[in-house]
Design a binder for this molecule. Sequence first.
Ligand code: ADP
Length: 481
Amino acid sequence: MSSRPEARWPSWRHSIRSRLAFWYAGVLGGALVFLGFLLYVYLSKNLHSDLDYSLRATAQALAQSSLQVNSLQGRNPDLLAEHLMGVVNDPDLFNKFFQLFDQFGSFDSRSKNVPKNITSLTPVALANALDGKMTFETFEGANHVPMRLLTYPVLRNGELVHVLQVGSSLGHIERVLGRLRFILFLTLPTVLILALAGGWVLTHQALQPVDAMGRVARQITTGDLSQRIPVHRGHDELARLAETFNTMIQSMDDSIQRLRQFSADASHELRTPLTILKGETEMALRQVRSPEEYQQVLASALEEIDRISKIVEDLFLLSKTDSGGARLEMKPIQLDALVTYTVSQIEPLAQEKSVSLQLDRNDPLIVSGDIDRLQQVLLNLIENAIRYTPYGEKILVSLCREEKTALIRISDTGIGISKDDQPRIFDRFFRSEAARSIHPKGSGLGLSICKAIVSSHQGKIAVDSQVAKGSTFSIWLPLAN
Ligand code: ADP
């Protein structure tokens, strides 16, 4: 047993909405992480280099002062440091500590705030100082707070006199960087979650019309062409797409309706002569009949067969014209000659019915077209005019130029066509009630064929009519260049 396939909902990876939201959040998150990283590295580097710069400035000031103090030797080490602090004019000195060594690295003096674990010179710093170079080092101070230390050689005339060490705690830099890390770690996930949620809501809103389109399309595939895609406000791409879809559905709906109507009409039109044919044949077979009677039945059968084959031929021509399969032999045609010839051909039919058929005006005009098809149009229209015009009335045919077209007019003083029927007379199988009583064996295909042929020549056909006064059929055909 087969079950109806359920509409499958896509997994998140197959949903544009979630993919957009994740991409949005991903790109935004990536950009924020990158920016945060840049900001952190930039700030850290700047704070450290600022501190190094400040240590060097202080060391230079202290070195300068220590050289001005004539003899440091023999002074009380504590008083020496105090003395130097008094002499140095550097406000930054107070958040720093310093100590002074002699040229052999032996301790001379230090400020009171020197941390306990930083009391001697490292061999590298001493060696560099002996070479006249300064050294920056980082140590771990009390409570794991890092310390930055500059070992600075104090030179007099190129000779090493003292080794000066200036240091400062990196605590405040660590605190600033710690706060920045905290802000970044806190804000990044928050911004990411907000971006994900915002992206989700936005894409949900933006793609809602697409979901609606999908729902309608599913209903249409089940054959319900009365559905239309809701067109949301605003004239964005999706609204335009929905409108295009609706136009497409409308024209599909129209053609399916036309096709249904056409099949119903075609089978109805074919059924009538077939029923007559069947009935007459059955009647004839009920008993043995004379040869004259059989001849009569056969003649009537032939009439019905003629009618059926005319309908089938007309339908075939129409379907070929519709699908573009009716190949037109396009040639320049002297239209006035064609009109004269057709009128003369059909003249006997008009005479038979005592209708006057006159050629009113016939300007020499050339169009490009298929001569047989255009003659078929003229014949159909003049035949109709004769058919639906009472005895003694008249029909006028004229050909003149109107702008870049040739205008053919066939006017009669016949039964006319009501305003309600006028828009339908070019529909397949349409026949007015009045026409049915005058010409019961008509098929209602003649005018549709005329319209199809004129359209395939890039022309136009129209009717202007008044009941009981007459009708004028006009055809416009583009003139040949
Ligand atoms: P048919 O003539 O076989 O009925 P047509 O397609 O030629 O089919 O015409 C369709 C309908 O248009 C006719 O049934 C009739 O109602 C109307 N019609 C066409 N020509 C005329 C005319 N000259 N005067 C009045 N009615 C006309």
